[in-house]
Design a protein around this ligand. Structure first.
Ligand SMILES: NC(=O)c1ccc[n+]([C@@H]2O[C@H](COP(=O)([O-])OP(=O)(O)OC[C@H]3O[C@@H](n4cnc5c(N)ncnc54)[C@H](OP(=O)(O)O)[C@@H]3O)[C@@H](O)[C@H]2O)c1
Length: 221
């Protein structure tokens, strides 16, 4: 049995990851700012009050988890705010940078001692953070924050190689969640989480640092 820690687990893709991972018999530590009624129904450990952008919050979490070995951290929590060029909002861009790019990396640093040989770290980034795939422009803060996250995750995949800790850089697909206004063009959280878990399961020394779509396609940087 493996132990997963998942951020942003109260709704959307994070909640579905929790459901599928416990359904197959693994343990989940579900972190969130505030637990939802759906999350509370699941048989897992909930750590509430975890704002990934708050240093105090992450230090408290680490204290509570001391002595636990994590097989996998899934950095899922994130925000999207629309920023067109004509309407650039510095605060909004900084907010997205802090939550989407800086927080997962600083949280990894804080929880690093709970990882062991062959542990995995999955960063839920986005195809919108792919420079090669950017055909529609705009969304400055989100795109910049996710490309920064992917770059940091790639560096971690190199830095942690000697410790045999492996890193996945994952796009969940266009998914029908609150983030996308529950778009009818999106795939379900079930399909997305199922693919993400397959990618994490297949992660090894040979493919650490790869940028994948949940469906298995390797994406351009
Ligand atoms: N949906 C898509 O099509 C899509 C596509 C590409 C990438 N992604 C990425 O997939 C991940 C999950 O997105 P989703 O679609 O499931 O979105 P969602 O339904 O909006 O869920 C976002 C989650 O992140 C949490 N969160 C945001 N800021 C946080 C913070 N400072 N501290 C702790 N938790 C925080 C939210 O918690 P609260 O409930 O407390 O706000 C919520 O649980 C995100 O990283 C997103 O960028 C999504």
């Amino acid at each position: 049995m493996s132990t997963f820690l998942i951020t942003g687990s109260n709704r959307g893709i994070g909640l579905e990851l929790c459901k599928q991972i416990i359904a197959r018999g693994d343990e989940v530590i579900a972190t969130c700012r505030e637990a939802s009624s759906e999350l509370k129904k699941l048989s897992l450990r909930i750590e509430e009050g975890v704002d990934i952008s708050s240093e105090d919050s992450i230090t408290n979490l680490r204290q509570k988890l001391l002595g636990i070995e994590l097989d996998c951290i899934i950095h899922n929590a994130g925000i999207y705010e629309f920023n067109a060029f004509d309407d650039l909002d510095k605060e909004s861009i900084i907010r997205q940078f802090v939550v989407n790019a800086l927080s997962p990396i600083f949280m990894t640093k804080s929880l690093k001692s709970l990882l062991k040989r062959s542990s995995k770290i999955a960063f839920i980034t986005s195809r919108m953070g792919s420079i090669g795939d950017n055909s529609s422009g705009s969304s400055y803060g989100y795109r910049m924050s996710k490309v920064a996250l992917s770059m940091a995750a790639k560096s971690l995949s190199r830095d942690f190689l000697k410790e045999e800790i492996y890193v996945a850089i994952l796009h969940p697909g266009l998914v029908s969640t609150r983030m996308t206004g529950f778009t009818k063009y999106g795939i379900s959280t079930e399909e997305s989480a199922n693919g993400l878990i397959k990618r994490i399961d297949s992660l090894s020394r040979n493919n650490t640092g790869t940028f994948w779509h949940a469906n298995g396609e390797i994406l351009p940087w």
